[in-house]
Design a protein around this ligand. Structure first.
Ligand SMILES: Nc1ccn([C@@H]2O[C@H](COP(=O)(O)OP(=O)(O)OP(=O)(O)O)[C@@H](O)[C@H]2O)c(=O)n1
Ligand SMILES: C[C@](O)(CO)[C@H](O)COP(=O)(O)O
Length: 228
């Protein structure tokens, strides 16, 4: 089975507060995006990678691709104004012979090759899934500064990527979102909104999304631990 992977990498990293796309920031000895790509390349399940990017980042991204030791095809796809728009562009640029796709944030650079393999296996039997981990905190629903509810933690999971879907179903969900003006932060939410089932696959506690400078420091700590 061949598995196609889309990597949304077209953000600007506002919450990181850097002077460029956070995926170009160094993490130990290489850019964040390179860590993400190396993990995907090391997963035997992945046969093709589309990196969704803003054109002004193409030259730096291409330099990263040139440093990778792989024969797997890696294509640049033009990004949109939101993650949602970027993924939609990615779906439209997929090779036509693939009926399932994995989507993984460039900013989740600590995902392991084993997680990609596990996700690919799940995708063979599911219409849609996300990697996720059970929430460890007690979560409060708050209105203004007042708590209005404390949901049962047994039902709370923190969403991660990879997320995987049947391509035709996800494309239709994106089309519906454009028509109806839905804005969501992940693809599973579109599947949910059109009434399709999304399953959970166990993610990884260390599969954090590098969003703030603190996340970058934590990612560095985790990688150093892996190397020691
Ligand atoms: N227009 C966009 C916005 C985001 N992303 C990608 O979606 C992933 C998750 O988004 P996030 O962590 O929010 O990244 P940024 O949008 O770069 O960060 P911020 O929200 O802080 O600006 C990232 O890999 C990011 O590059 C994308 O492909 N296209
Ligand atoms: C897709 C995602 O990584 C799942 O956790 C996330 O939703 C991306 O966007 P966010 O706005 O940073 O939550």
């Amino acid at each position: 089975m061949t598995c196609y992977l889309l990597i949304p990498a077209a953000g600007s990293g506002k919450r990181m507060g850097a002077d460029r796309n956070k995926l170009l920031l160094p993490l130990l000895d290489k850019p964040i995006l390179q860590w993400t790509l190396e993990a995907a390349i090391a997963s035997p399940a992945i046969s093709w990678i589309g990196v969704i990017a803003q054109p002004h980042d193409y030259p730096e991204f291409q330099k990263i691709f040139n440093r990778l030791n792989t024969t797997k095809p890696i294509r640049l796809i033009q990004g949109g104004d939101t993650r949602q728009a970027s993924v939609f562009n990615g779906l439209k640029a997929l090779p036509t012979d693939g009926d399932r796709v994995l989507i993984h944030d460039g900013a989740r650079c600590l995902a392991t090759p084993e997680l990609f393999d596990r996700c690919d296996e799940s995708l063979q039997t599911m219409q849609g899934f996300i990697a996720a981990v059970p929430v460890k905190d007690t979560i409060k629903i708050v209105d203004g500064q007042t708590i209005v509810d404390t949901p049962n933690r047994d039902h709370l999971w923190a969403a991660q990527t990879p997320q995987g879907f049947q391509v035709d179903l996800l494309k239709n969900a994106h089309l519906t979102a454009v028509d109806l003006g839905w804005e969501v932060t992940d693809d599973a939410a579109l599947f949910e909104k059109v009434g399709l089932e999304v399953k959970i696959v166990m993610g990884e506690e260390t599969n954090l999304k590098v969003t703030t400078p603190q996340d970058l420091a934590i990612a560095e700590f985790i990688l150093k631990q892996r190397q020691s």
